[in-house]
Write a protein that binds this ligand. Sequence first.
Ligand code: HSE
Length: 338
Amino acid sequence: MRLVMVGFGVVGRSFVRLLIKRREELLGLYGLKPRLVAVVDRRGAALCEKGLDLESVLKCKEERGSVCESENGREGMDALEAMELVDADVLIDVTPTNLRDAEPSLTYIRRAIRLGMNVITTNKGPLALFMPTLLDLARLNGVVLKFSGTVGGGTPILNFAKKCLCGDRITGIRGILNGTTNYILSRMEEGMEFGEALREAQELGYAEADPSMDVDGLDSAAKLVILANWILGKRATLEDVEVKGIRGIGLEDFEEARRDGSTIKLLCTADKGLRVMPEYVKRGSVLDVKGSLNAVTFISETAGEETVVGKGAGGMETATAILRDLVDIRMGILGDRE
Ligand code: HSE
């Protein structure tokens, strides 16, 4: 399968490392032989019709700062040009999230779909703002749009609800969808000040490039929109979510919560409406997870309540979600042929 990757930050590089590590397994188990025919970063692109040498492309990025410095490099080439030049099956979009207008990711995704490419994205912007229309566009063009890595990092939250609970009717969702704020709140519960806890979360690589997206609840809201569309069948966008972040919470609020036998979590809820806000959670209950963990409870008509807990952020974790999507696309193609 021929891949174009746009963005070559922590997640993109982790994905390439994973492709190297799993090469034989992917071929043996799924007959999948991914060929990275183009990688695009901020300064340019590297292109090779036969497939780039993965080790050299990683080395070039790490030592020289951009893939355009490699022997297959094209300085100044952007993703749109690269997609036109190579004949690829899948666009892998690992550009940073922009929740204002979703660009440039939105344009890349739309173009790829119109070129007949399947798309895997870890970027929450296009989905939070335009998910219903993007899914329609993919359907009309006979391609798939996959986005496992947008919710839960490597934890298969979307797949669990969509695949494992199929046949039941999910009526509500409640959970923690942001690793950074959960890390901050867990540290504050131990007595650390907000600012110091945020610095730690940034150092550990959990936070977005602009951490206000985490702290003010927008990252959580974007993920809630994705869940609401994909799992509950709503046609929602970011505007439909009532959002309150964790900035106003102080150590004294944790004292008060403790007296109630509770702690404070930034909870995302989808029932009749969609909201993100700090709420009390009973200590020791299923949603009282610590550190950067995510935890989501699906409330379904027949099976009752099921909770998925796992690492919600991190380069390698998110890279596994991309690989999962790629295997799904491969299995879909095989299924169509049979
Ligand atoms: N900043 C996000 C988080 C990264 O902390 O959950 C994963 O989406």
